[in-house]
Design a protein around this ligand. Structure first.
Ligand SMILES: [Fe+2]
Ligand SMILES: [Fe+2]
Length: 284
């Protein structure tokens, strides 16, 4: 099979986008012509109409087919009534220029929804794979022709707990186990604004988790970037492309954090208290 080139972008956050990085991405897409562009959510900063309009114009001019997952920033933030009644109304404005699912030669792109309009916990920005969302994704995977491989696209990494035991994505373990038993080459996500390429062990075998960084000014610990994915018979090769020419391993974090907040700096050394130098008392 001829290798398929895909660009995995995430967290552009129109409204707080990095215009220099976006211009560079447009040039890369125009010259390298990926088969598709996969955007794993947080298209906007505050789900404002003008932010969605800017996203729409940018996507429509790209050329290749584009998929976008809904991110937690893509639901109304200020208008709670709308958030409860019709949370995806604004996102639907961009759906006209998007593909929901993509069937490419040798690989299918299947979405998984990980956002909810509200949760019984705070923050609501964390992920939740509802039973309905997982059922829909598994049905789409199971409907693929025998032997067809898939990449699943979602906004939140599916990691269910951080090393301290804190709950991140609700139902993430179950979702990863179900994906691992199918012909899924990896789950592509965003949300944390740093790239990673990790393998999660599940009860049904390993699952590759590939995260893309951000193309916004809201950076966490690495400069703006996107993932170049090359899908071949051997699997998926990932390169983290960035304007600073930082090598891929240095761009990838080794653990999935809770969110996009910058990591806490190591404790600053405490400034020494000014002391009177110890000197022998004068002798009279
Ligand atoms: Fe984000
Ligand atoms: Fe997010």
């Amino acid at each position: 099979m001829k290798p398929t080139l895909l660009f995995h972008l995430s967290d552009i956050h129109f409204g707080l986008e990095d215009t220099r990085a976006l211009e560079w991405v447009v040039e890369c897409i125009a010259s390298e012509k990926p088969t598709a562009v996969l955007i794993t959510g947080d298209l906007t900063m505050r789900a404002r109409h003008r932010e969605f309009a800017a996203a729409c114009r940018w996507i429509a001019a790209l050329g290749p087919p584009v998929t976008v997952e809904v991110g937690n920033h893509d639901m109304p933030y200020f208008n709670l009534a709308e958030r409860f009644v019709d949370p995806y109304r604004r996102f639907r404005a961009v759906e006209a220029v998007l593909e929901k699912q993509l069937d490419l030669p040798g690989i299918s792109i299947v979405p998984l929804k990980t956002v909810t309009r509200a949760q019984w916990r705070f923050p609501w920005s964390n992920g939740w794979v509802t039973a309905k969302a997982l059922t829909e994704t598994l049905a789409a995977l199971d409907a693929l022709p025998a032997g067809k491989r898939a990449l699943v696209t979602a906004h939140h990494p599916l990691t269910e707990r951080d090393p301290t035991g804190k709950r991140l994505t609700i139902n993430g373990n179950r979702a990863m186990g179900e994906l691992a038993r199918r012909n899924v080459l990896g789950i592509l996500t965003g949300h944390v604004h740093d790239a990673f390429d990790l393998t999660q062990q599940t009860a049904n075998g390993p699952l590759r988790m590939i995260g893309a960084g951000t193309l916004s000014k809201r950076i966490r610990s690495t400069p703006p970037s996107f993932n170049e994915l090359t899908v071949s018979d051997a699997g998926v090769a990932v390169k983290v492309r960035n304007l600073e020419a930082v090598p891929t391993p240095a761009m990838q974090i080794d653990q999935v954090p809770e969110n996009a907040l910058p990591p806490r700096k190591p404790e600053e050394p405490v400034a020494p208290v000014a002391t009177v130098p110890a000197v022998d008392p004068p002798v009279h």
